[in-house]
Design a protein around this ligand. Structure first.
Ligand code: GLN
Length: 492
């Protein structure tokens, strides 16, 4: 198999090649490490490479394959977003605050993927504390989109999406608080799944907004996402919000049967604000599902237009509480020669946090302060309920809700950075899903001027299977998910 074909092969194919001895995990691991070495200088998608550890676990995986004692991901290389704590491996969350933080334990997601035999290659760049939609807020510099190096990869899991799209790993993890798996998946032309809130443990994931954060996989196919989702899901005694609900084998339950599947198209997502080219691509993808037997219905999510305002009160409020722990005393960045305790707090936090993080802390603290709590935070919680009820009502009539994953394709660096509101609009189609705790995925739906665009499929709570199946069918009937950036021209 030619090198490039190996680098862009899905996990399902790599499992076959490992199983029949065509390739060893060590060879695979070396190939991805070489790709990271060759392309990361231009893409900046990976912040930490664990070459030695990866090769050691690849050799261990090869021994297991030889013994016939394999698990679902034995020998499969992967990269984690740098928001997941990794024992003994620096975990920065894209921030100066945690530039030299080395956790003493693994996040549950990391433990679970390891237990399934995956080989960790390293950690991916991200927006600082997962706040952003472009990866421009990372302390470690922006990540470039492998489809066009002058454009952003999306965010906040943009390092993960860019690494995957550029053949640095066949599988990556991300987190999604308001769209951070689905939007970068859309902008980089890969498949990304945000599970139902509670499906995946948040233990060891550096907290941004605890009632919204959820981890999930990004991969080349829906089939690979199904495999990875089963590996990372399940109740965790260390996370009281993880759900006590059985984890199906999403992979073996995959089905291409979408006959009679009712797909709702919210009028609010397909209104005049939607870019006409995005609409065309999304509708073409939905027409494929219709040909396969799905039935399209117009539906209403009447409170959708409150989602951005609601999210940008709740998420900063929770962030301001979660980020209070970075005080320069216990761990993280500490300023030089503080004059007194006040100065220590103030300078450690102003020097350790970037501008966007400070903006969120200010907004969140304000929204939670006495006198404003009822007007902002409480009100936002009430609207959140109303938005959730919109989805509940819609799901009485449809099985899946569909729309764009992002309002457009990848945009040039700097084009939205000076205007936070323009940047916040990137999440217009994704963040209501987090407010309602629902599962959502983005699957490639073709290109616009050579840049990828994603179809978003939203499911009922804990019904990841149905959206995975719809994406699986779409990927069975079309080849949009096979489109790759030109790897040969990346570093030239
Ligand atoms: N772009 C959104 C924000 O900046 C969502 C981020 C996320 O999902 N982590 O808050």
């Amino acid at each position: 198999m030619a090198e490039n074909a190996l680098l862009t092969a899905p996990v399902s194919k790599l499992k076959q090649l490992l199983g029949d001895g065509t390739v060893s995990s060590e060879e695979l691991t070396k190939a991805y490490l070489a790709q990271i070495a060759a392309e990361n200088a231009s893409l900046n998608a990976v912040v930490t490479v664990c070459a030695e550890e990866a090769l050691a676990s690849a050799r261990e995986a090869d021994a297991q394959i030889a013994r016939g004692t394999t698990r679902s991901l034995t020998g499969i290389p992967l990269l984690h977003k740098d928001i997941f704590c990794t024992e003994g491996v620096r975990t920065t969350c894209g921030s100066r605050m945690l530039e030299s933080f080395v956790p003493a334990y693994d996040a549950t997601v990391v433990t679970k993927m390891k237990a399934e035999g995956a080989v960790m290659l390293g950690k991916c760049n991200m927006d600082e504390f997962a706040m952003g939609s472009s990866n421009e807020t990372s302390f470690f510099g922006p990540v470039k989109n492998p489809w066009n190096l002058s454009c952003v990869p999306g965010g906040s899991s943009g390092g993960s999406a860019a690494a995957l799209a550029s053949g640095m790993a066949p599988l990556v993890t991300g987190t999604d608080t308001g769209g951070s798996i689905r939007q970068p998946a859309s902008l980089c032309g890969v498949t990304g799944l945000k599970p139902t809130y509670g499906r995946v443990s948040r233990l060891g994931i550096i907290a941004f907004a605890s009632s919204l954060d959820q981890a999930g996989p990004m991969a080349r196919t829906a089939e690979d996402c199904a495999l990875a989702l089963t590996a990372m899901s399940g109740i965790d005694p260390g996370d009281s919000t993880s759900a006590d609900i059985s984890v199906p084998d999403f992979h073996s339950a995959l089905s291409t049967d979408v006959n009679g599947l009712r797909i709702g198209l919210p009028r609010e997502y397909f209104n005049d604000d939607l870019d006409s080219r995005v609409r065309e691509n999304v509708m073409a993808a939905l027409a494929e599902l219709e040909r396969a037997g799905a039935i399209l219905h117009d539906i209403d999510l009447p409170h959708s237009h409150y989602a951005i305002a609601t999210y940008y009160v709740i998420a900063p409020a929770e962030a301001s509480a979660n980020l209070a722990r970075y005080d320069g005393v216990r761990f993280g960045y500490r300023c030089d020669a503080p004059a007194d305790l006040e100065d220590l707090y103030q300078r450690s936090r102003s020097e350790g946090f970037g501008e966007e993080v400070q903006r969120r802390i200010l907004v969140g603290t304000y929204a939670l302060s006495a006198g404003f709590y009822d007007a902002y935070f409480n009100k936002a919680q009430q609207v959140r309920r109303v938005i959730t009820e919109d989805f509940q009502r819609a799901f009485e009539h449809v099985d899946v809700i569909a729309g764009p994953a992002a309002p457009g394709v990848a945009f040039p660096f700097g084009s939205k950075q000076q205007d936070p509101i323009a940047m916040y609009m990137e999440d217009i189609y994704t963040l209501a899903v987090n407010l309602a705790g629902l599962p959502g995925l983005s699957t490639p739906a073709g290109l616009i001027d050579g840049m990828p665009v994603g179809l978003q499929l939203i499911g009922k709570p804990f019904d990841e299977q149905t959206i995975l199946n719809a994406a699986f069918r779409l990927q069975n009937d079309t080849d949009w998910h096979l489109a790759c950036p030109d790897l040969a021209s990346l570093s030239s």
